[in-house]
Write a protein that binds this ligand. Structure first.
Ligand code: PLP
Length: 957
């Protein structure tokens, strides 16, 4: 046996366990299981054409060589992306720590209090800095956050009769290019009329429902928006402001001068450039919009004992759950990055942030003074960190060649103007270097400049309000304190480094350390997304290679790496389909057929792409009702745009008739969109191309090993068949996409470029054989679980051979009748056994969906099975009358250490039954930090920021 392969590490079951597992499943070998699971007519005839697997060591050498093809220049480009300093304590304890990065979205609040607290800190910081009371826990990037604000205003118009017909949205020409372009993409299918212009010239009227401004503007000018805001107020126009988070430390926050939403990126708070991402976008708004806000909000509530606890608030109002009534499709966001930005805020505190923000400004002032002395004109009347320099007689190429020689990137605005954005890393040496460039271009000598510690921000624009006075931002400024605070939070969360997280549809597999290591390397981390092409050759080679491999895996012609989540991929794919129909004069095609079992993002994305959703039924066996599908496809054949299907279905089964289904759609003029969330059951065995799909997205944070990060980052690239390739999304600043590209769907040309390294490593190290084996073992592990649970728990759906794909739905509804136990009780009781619940009540209410993935060993599966069977016995005890129907270990779960060690124990069962029901728990116990949280209470009393400092003072008093 060759033990020096990555597959040996990635795949859980050992060779010696395989026979036992096959026996349980009742097959001779893996191939027999696969042939009973996947329909013959969609099996790949040939193996994937991928390069042979690298060992982990070979991969690290390879990715280091590739990194050397990138050049890290000092970046003064700005435009929403700046070099930063990531504090070591955050890098080591969060970014590089599986305790944080392998966590799932915090749906199970009792074992997620750590990241919930970290996100509440983040929301509080955003709320304070922007001057608005409600902030969400992150969005994907600044440009999409700006578009979300537009959609939120648009969706909320109907509350006001006068505004119900208003369809104009004003966008300032001074906004960042990517913000303007993305708003174009998002407005058009909704029928929003964009007016792009100068805010000083536009005549607002009743016809406008909203507007977007940039603060400071793209070229650095800080406008006083008073007159515009007064007009907006007069005509009841809702204004969103895209603001630079660092500048808000010193500038009067938009929330204080009338903005109804403030959006932007928190990249500047310690997050590496990463060639465009991942970074957490922020979004804050007024109380008025709390039921309309996109993304997730963390709120306070209480647990069973009335203790304070945190949870995701308004969960059932989470936008995409509203399906075709949603105004946003955001599901995965940027949790890990929000946690890091919040930690940066806590580590520096208000005083540290002021110091950093001022330092940036003072260096900018000093540079401006130096350039002035050299006779250059600085055009911005008011600036924070960005200068706009008129070159006069000097040619911009004179500047450019000198800058390049010093390994410096500036922003070249026009033949006579350059832009310079100063950042946290800039010191006086760097300022001198910049001055030399401008001096040499004039054959002058650089003036000697000292750091000018003066602010040139006029009083009227200065921030006067205090911020971040809560204790969390004022306690952890020494590294020891910070390290311990982060550890204390981490300990409250159950992640993959404790036990299996068998979340159906979410594929929580191994996120290998070797895949993650290169993310911290400067040659990958410190590259600006708009850096010149010849400095990003390593990235370009990596992306081209990854595109080729993913095209091979999906059976498609071309890929776009732009969408930075699965839902964004859905949106991008549907927009491509829309462009295709339009190019053929078929712009009436706007019907999207979507099965009733689809993920909520599918209908939400369809509506955002201007489509009307028609739901297709499922039959009793959980499959698409093909006759219903045929009838609807024919009925709408003149207007059919697309079918969206998940394959294998969200019911965990490979539908035998899938080729017939895709044929029906094509016969009626539609395109087939495949939701790729379940690709972990396909890779190497079948493909979206093989089933007849035209487009699919891949959740790289599911099948392709990017960690979930507690709810993000993710990547959702799309693959398309040849006839759709020319429409793949473009970008205003970097050439990418097809020949007739749709406008961008993300702020950065390649989405969250940095994390593509992970999926690249995953594919390169597994190679063709390892990828195929991974899929086989994912299917084996699922069927093994199914057989072992059989008799205690029954699966709801399986195929004709009684097989499930890589996941299965277990029906928990019968227990309700039998013993009064609901699916939530089982989910919470699993915590006492050291496990995170599988997916609860999706896609069928009252069920759990279990997906073990290939990375889990037989021993871990057995432990989980033991826990599930023990819970089943507890249910039987209730049924038999040995446990009370209300006061039993399931209803009271989870149990905390505080309860267990309390002198009082009033429960009719013993402590061991409560917290150590199985022996393995003595070796490895996880303690939920709160008792069961009260969801309704939290929604009724929404508190989504940390409490003000006074409440702590009361506590101490
Ligand atoms: C996860 C998932 C999505 C959404 O993907 P995100 O990356 O969270 O936006 C869509 N469909 C299905 C079936 C999923 O499981």
């Amino acid at each position: 046996m060759n033990t020096d392969t990555f597959a040996y590490r990635h795949i859980g079951p050992r060779e010696e366990d395989l026979l036992e597992m096959l026996k349980v499943v009742g097959v001779k070998n893996l191939e027999e299981l696969i042939s009973q699971t996947i329909p013959d007519d969609i099996r790949l005839e040939e193996d994937l054409n991928l390069s042979t697997a690298m060992t982990e060591n070979e991969f690290l050498n390879h990715i280091r060589d590739l990194a050397r093809k990138n050049k890290v220049f000092k970046s003064y480009i700005g435009l929403g992306y700046h070099p930063t300093i990531l504090p070591g304590v955050i890098q080591r304890n969060i970014l590089e720590n599986p305790g944080w990065y392998t966590a799932y979205t915090p749906y199970q609040a009792e074992i997620a209090q750590g990241r919930l607290e970290a996100l509440l800190n983040y929301q509080t910081m955003i709320s304070d800095l922007t001057g608005l009371p409600i902030a969400n826990a992150s969005l994907l990037d600044e440009a999409t956050a700006a578009a979300e604000a537009m959609s939120m205003f648009y969706g909320a118009r109907s509350r006001d009769k006068k505004k119900a017909g208003a369809s104009k949205f004003f966008v300032s020409i001074h906004c960042l290019h990517q913000n303007i372009e993305l708003i174009k993409t998002r407005s058009e299918p909704l029928g929003i009329e964009l007016v792009i212009g100068d805010h000083r010239e536009v005549n607002l009227s009743e016809d406008y429902f909203g507007a977007l401004l940039q603060y400071p503007a793209a070229d650095g000018e800080i406008f006083e928006y008073d007159a515009f805001m007064a007009d907006a107020e007069k005509f009841d126009v809702q204004v969103a402001v895209a603001a630079d988070i660092m500048s808000l430390v010193l500038l009067s926050p938009p929330g204080e001068w009338g903005a109804k939403a403030v959006v932007g990126t928190t990249q500047r708070f310690g997050i590496p450039l990463g060639f465009g991402g991942p970074h957490a976008a922020y979004f804050s708004t007024t109380e008025d919009y709390k039921r309309f806000i996109p993304g997730r909000i963390i709120g306070q509530t209480v647990d069973r004992d009335g203790n304070k606890a945190l949870r995701m608030a308004l969960q059932t109002r989470e936008q995409h759950i509203k399906r075709d009534k949603a105004t946003s499709n955001i599901c995965t966001a940027q949790v890990l990055l929000a946690v890091m930005a919040g930690a940066y805020g806590a580590y520096h505190g208000p005083i540290g942030l002021k110091h950093i923000a001022q330092k940036i400004h003072f260096h900018t002032v000093s540079l401006s003074e130096g350039l002035n002395r050299l006779g250059y004109t600085q055009v911005n009347q008011n600036f924070y960190d960005t200068l706009r320099i008129e070159l006069g007689q000097v040619d911009k190429e004179e500047i450019r060649s000198r800058a390049i020689a010093k390994e410096i990137n500036l922003r070249y605005i026009s033949a006579h103007e350059v832009g310079i954005s100063i950042n946290e890393t800039t010191n006086m040496e760097a300022i001198e270097e910049l001055l030399e460039i401008f001096a040499e271009a004039k054959e002058a000598s650089a003036p000697k400049i000292k750091l000018l510690e003066v602010s040139v921000i006029p009083e009227s624009l200065k921030r006067t309000s205090s911020f971040m006075e809560q204790s969390v931002f004022n306690r952890y400024h020494s590294e020891t304190e910070m390290m311990r605070y982060l550890k204390a939070l981490e300990r409250k969360d159950l992640s993959l480094n404790h036990s299996m997280i068998s979340l159906g549809s979410c594929t929580m597999k191994l996120n290998a350390a070797t895949e993650m290591l290169p993310l911290s390397w400067p040659l990958w981390a410190n590259i600006h997304p708009f850096a010149p092409t010849n400095q990003t050759l390593g990235y370009r080679e990596l992306i081209a290679n990854l595109e080729r491999d993913l095209a091979e895996i999906t059976g498609f012609h071309a890929m776009s790496m732009q969408p930075n989540s699965g839902a964004q991929g859905e949106y991008a794919g549907l927009m491509v389909i829309r462009a295709y129909h339009q190019s053929r004069g078929d712009s009436q095609r706007d019907i999207a057929l979507i099965p009733s079992s689809a993920h909520g993002t599918n209908p939400a994305s369809a509506v955002m792409a201007g489509m009307k959703v028609v739901v297709v039924k499922s039959d009793e066996a959980g499959k698409i009702d093909v006759e219903d599908l045929r009838a609807k496809a024919e009925k709408y054949s003149a207007n059919l745009a697309a079918l969206m299907i998940t394959y294998p279905s969200t019911h965990g089964v490979f539908e035998e008739r899938v080729r017939e289904i895709t044929q029906i759609i094509h016969d009626n003029g539609g395109q087939v969109y495949m939701d790729g969330a379940n690709m972990n059951a396909q890779v190497g065995l079948t493909s979206p191309g093989a089933i007849g799909a035209d487009v699919c997205h891949l959740n790289l944070h599911k099948t392709f090993a990017i960690p979930h990060g507690g709810g993000g980052p993710g990547m959702g690239p799309i693959g398309v068949a040849e006839h759709l390739a020319s429409f793949l999304p473009g970008h205003p600043l970097v050439k990418t996409g097809g020949k007739n590209p749709i406008s961008p769907v993300s702020a950065a040309p390649y989405g969250s470029g940095l994390i593509l390294l992970i999926s690249y490593g995953y594919i390169k190290m597994l190679g063709m054989r390892g990828l195929k084996a991974s899929t086989q073992y994912a299917i084996l592990n699922a069927n093994y679980l199914k057989e072992r649970l059989h008799g205690a728990y029954e699966v709801l759906y399986s195929n004709e051979n009684n097989r499930v794909a890589h996941e299965m739905i277990i029906d928990c509804r019968p227990f309700k009748k039998e013993s009064g136990i609901e699916v939530t009780d089982i989910a919470k009781r699993l915590m006492d056994y050291g496990y995170h619940a599988p997916t609860v009540s999706f896609p069928v209410a009252g069920t759990v969906m279990i997906e073990p993935t290939e990375s889990e060993s037989m021993q871990e599966l057995d432990r989980f099975i033991e826990a599930m069977l023990s819970i089943r016995r507890e249910m039987a005890e209730i049924h038999n009358g040995n446990f009370d129907t209300e006061n039993n270990p399931l209803k009271n779960s989870p149990h905390t250490m505080q309860q267990l060690t309390s002198d009082q124990w009033d429960f009719p069962y013993d402590r061991k039954t409560a917290a150590f029901p199985l022996d393995y728990l003595y070796q490895n116990k996880f303690w939920p930090s709160v008792r069961r949280v009260d969801d309704a209470y939290g929604d009724r009393n929404l508190i989504c920021t940390c409490e003000p400092i006074e409440s702590y003072m009361e506590e101490e008093a």
